[in-house]
Design a protein around this ligand. Structure first.
Ligand code: IPM
Ligand code: MG
Length: 372
């Protein structure tokens, strides 16, 4: 295994629109490296269908080792043409989900922030979305995605049976809930735990363990509980009621796409996947937009790179300990949107749209302006 190097960033474009959105995010990374002295050692690698076509695996061992040894990884997207034809075990063992799990990145932080300039570009009422600033903390290493038993089996007469299991243990619930309480504490806010305790035993356990942890370690942080069906409705009805939401893997996957309606588009939302710190205090950290590889628009230079660029802002905040630089980048994105610069997915109230590259140009211009 390679030695842990201070400030190593692995950049992985991936499949579909991945190379295009990462192309723009890389320009932003270079801007910060050059103008703000990050001293980054940048390594480019690949992951996904493009790797499978050459090597018969979605992820090569050397790539996993490089990710593991680095301080952070910035990733585009995986999937698209050919993905469904790849044997299931290859997808399960070497895909994106396996990276998250192998590196124990169980805490998936998905901020949902409504930019003022986009309040009219969403399908929700401007007064509902304006001012939303919440985090969906999605458990990323357990639950329905990884629980055993799983699989598809023949059950005779040409019939089959498919199984996945939603499984959590006390330590798995407590470690992610602890991150939720800590985030709420840093924000001076409150925590909402989302489960399905009325129908599922695992949901009841989830709720009991979160309550216990709260009472033991975070008695001052207000804690409430919602069933996931109600939570999903509340997130579009009145998103401002939320601060930090902690929830199961699948529930968080669904809820974060739903919440993207608040930000105007799936292309807007960033994420950070973090492990617990090791004995030296270093976390495994993987930064990626919440959307997929969008094969229908790949190669057209029209995808929105903002979610990927904001993912790098999260890296500045959570890995590189540069909160002012993260603020600067978020400000530059806000100014870009305020000036009416829009990719097609967020174009609702403007007539002219820009390309993926055009959005990158505008954000870099705004960074230059803010920095002088
Ligand atoms: C996400 C995505 C992934 C997930 C897919 C691409 C496997 O939807 O990051 O939300 O389900 O976790
Ligand atoms: Mg998803």
């Amino acid at each position: 295994m390679t030695q842990k190097n201070e400030r190593t960033l692995v950049i992985i474009p991936g499949d579909g629109i991945g190379p295009e959105i990462i192309g723009q995010a890389s320009r932003v990374v270079e801007w910060f490296d050059r103008h703000r002295g990050l001293g980054l050692d940048i390594k480019e690698r690949q992951l996904g269908v493009n790797v499978y076509e050459k090597h018969g695996t979605l992820l090569q061992d050397e790539t996993l080792e490089t990710i593991q040894a680095a301080d952070a990884t910035l990733f585009g997207a995986i999937g698209g043409d050919g993905y469904d034809d790849i044997p299931r075990h290859v997808r399960v063992e070497t895909g994106l989900l396996s990276v998250r799990r192998k590196l124990a990145m169980f805490a998936n932080i998905r901020p949902v922030v409504a930019f003022d300039a986009l309040a009219n570009a969403t399908s929700l009422k401007p007064e509902v979305v304006r001012g939303t600033n919440m985090i969906i903390l999605r458990e990323l290493n357990g639950g329905l995605y990884f629980g055993e038993p799983r699989g598809v089996e023949e059950i005779g007469d040409g019939n089959r049976r498919g199984v996945n299991s939603m499984v959590y243990t006390t330590p798995e619930i407590r470690r992610v809930a602890r991150v939720g309480f800590e985030l709420a504490k840093q924000r001076g806010g409150h925590l909402t735990s989302v489960d399905k305790a009325n129908a599922l035993e695992v949901g009841q356990l989830w709720r009991e363990e979160v309550m216990k942890l709260g009472a033991e370690e975070f008695p001052d942080i207000p804690l409430s509980h919602l069933y996931v069906d109600n939570a999903m409705m509340q997130v579009v009805r009145d998103p401002k009621q939320f601060d930090v939401v902690v929830t199961e893997n699948t529930f968080g996957d669904i809820m974060s796409d739903c919440a993207a309606a608040i930000a105007g588009s799936l292309g807007m939302l960033p994420s950070a996947s973090l492990s617990d710190p090791d004995e030296d205090g270093n976390r495994q950290a993987f930064y990626e937009p919440i959307h997929g590889c969008a094969p229908d628009i790949a190669g057209q230079n029209i995808a929105n790179p903002v979610g990927t660029i904001l993912s790098f802002a999260m890296a500045l905040r959570h890995t590189f300990n540069r909160p002012e630089d993260a603020d600067l980048l978020e400000q530059a994105v806000g100014n870009t949107l305020a000036a009416g610069t829009r990719t097609a997915d967020i174009a609702a109230d403007v007539t002219e749209t820009v390309s993926t590259t055009g959005m990158g140009d505008a954000i870099l211009d705004n960074l230059d302006r803010l920095a002088t």
